[in-house]
Design a protein around this ligand. Sequence first.
Ligand code: COA
Ligand code: AMP
Length: 635
Amino acid sequence: MGQYRDTYDRWKRDPEGFWADAARAIVWSKPHDKVLAEVDGVARWFVGAECNTCWNALDRHVAEGRGEQLALIYDSAMLGKVKRFTYRELLDKVATFAGVLARRGVTKGDRVIIYMPMVPQAAVAMLACARLGAIHSVVFGGFAANELATRIDDAKPKLIVSASCGLEPGRVIAYKPLLDKAIELSAHKPSACIVMQREALSCDLIPGRDFDWAEEMEKARAAGAKPACVAIAATDPLYVLYTSGTTGKPKGVVRDNGGHMVALKWSMKNVYGINPGEVFWAASDVGWVVGHSYIVYAPLLQGCTTILFEGKPVGTPDAGTFWRVIAEHGVKALFTAPTAFRAIKKEDPKAELVRNYDLSKFETLFLAGERGDPDTIQWAERALGVPVIDHWWQTESGWPMAANPMGIEPLPVKYGSPTVAMPGYDIQVVDEAAKPVPAGTTGAIVVKLPLPPGCLPTLWQNDEGFHDSYLADFPGFYKTADAGYLDADGYLYVMSRTDDIINVAGHRLSTGGMEEVLAGHPDVAECAVIGVADAMKGQVPVGFLVVNKGVNRPMAEIEKEAVALVRDKIGPVAAFMTAVVVQRLPKTRSGKILRGTMRKIADGEAWTTPATIDDPMILNEIGEALSGAGYAKKG
Ligand code: COA
Ligand code: AMP
């Protein structure tokens, strides 16, 4: 552990010196006055500095001689098409689209919502916002109109960038009706929408509000509108990314410009072991934090070639797609969620398709987004013959909190652990009184304040919410809302969430949000949603409904409507497929629903009847309802 330990200790001795050193890798238009300003636990990094994220991601590389190197490869397994962009070409597109935005009145500090499938235009739009100092907010395409509307009302975008459709296996998803519906539902109305028309399905544009991407680009080009990068404060927001909180209202995680660049660039070399000129692939979606950090920003800041993949690990066309992409583009490291590998393993258990491809340039597989289960990790190690690295982080941190730092020194892998704390993170496991617990004891995983560069400084226009969600429970610490333990060697084990967030196919979802939707069904008196273990997706939501007295139509009908309601209000990404009507919900005498016990029953884990339960018989009823729905039951 020598080199890792030295690096970590160097950070701990002098955090400001450590990050000031890392900041030298970034081009600043004005240097910082202060490395860190900390007020009430809120860290602001590189105060006084000015910079531009787009300059560091694109312009600087062209200026430094990387113009002809590939910056981005768009590989669409859905279309069977590959399109390559050099740094010079990508810069041209981004600067032109910045011209489009500027001509539509977007300036520094304005918000722009990007609701797009996995097309290069999504990355172009993000970088164009960064160029102008506008704040983008990307919304994942699998969310329904209602979710988009909530984000529109919170971010109040001047403009929305979207596309006519997305492509899912076997079906074309029309985005435009979802966009129109969202704007209809939201109180805030954007002044314009720029819509990219895709061949698979074009859409009508509303005159005066909607504008065609290609035509707008042509006009900006003809007008020579290619705005230069705007110098902005390091502490100004680059983006807002909404993530599930404990209620139906998502939290707008704010990312700044300066600290974000410093942290991401540091992570590319030190965590992922990637040098400029190498090919890095994060098989995620630009709608998630992994897509923001490791499809778009980090690889470009590092002068790498990044891959933007439109497809699935299986079925597009087969379970060899990932190996095809790695071989064809010379990928050095792949980052994805364990669920993708579980999907591949199910289709091709002996990994026979790997043999069809030359993976000689491939060195490391990184997994995050959910716990890397030992079975999946060992299967991937055998299939690929490379190190498989579990690492842990969240939307709020923006980059790994715990990892095996491949660029510093590969540490021995302990299955089930994302390894050790990265510099910047003093990770501790504490009890309810915020007192550290002994090694091996499970507790709340917290990070000692201040948080390092790259982590959220606040929630969008909601400092109070930030404080309440993350700082209030454990004074002096940031609450990750994960639970787990540290072993005697300092290896972290992340076992579960402490809130009602569940992880479905690596996607973070709120069961509370689903309950809010189900409670809106006219026949539902009360409900509970729990995350149940699923062999492929990690977890899937299951809903329990108690219907109003006097409702006498088939319960199966209500269950079906409940499933459709969640799909309609939250989106297909919720993967909400099971709702069961029960007579009553198990509660404590003070009225708290016993979701934890219900989950144990569903997962077939050992469970005991809580002493505070109102009526123990109800748990048997839940067990019966679950086995009726195909879930295990054990006492
Ligand atoms: N737009 C519209 N719909 C979308 C969508 C998008 N961008 N993304 C997913 N959906 C839909 C899917 O088509 C599916 O619809 P269905 O219920 O009609 O089948 C539903 O949302 C659920 O999607 P998902 O949970 O992703 O399941 P899946 O069966 O489509 O794919 C995996 C499962 C494991 C292959 C896929 O989730 C995956 O590749 N995950 C790993 C990578 C990843 O995304 N990680 C996230 C962060 S690292
Ligand atoms: P998200 O904000 O969507 O990235 O989700 C973050 C959450 O996913 C974390 O708080 C964890 O609960 C979970 N998570 C992410 N990576 C891991 C990991 N490597 N091991 C265990 N849980 C993880």
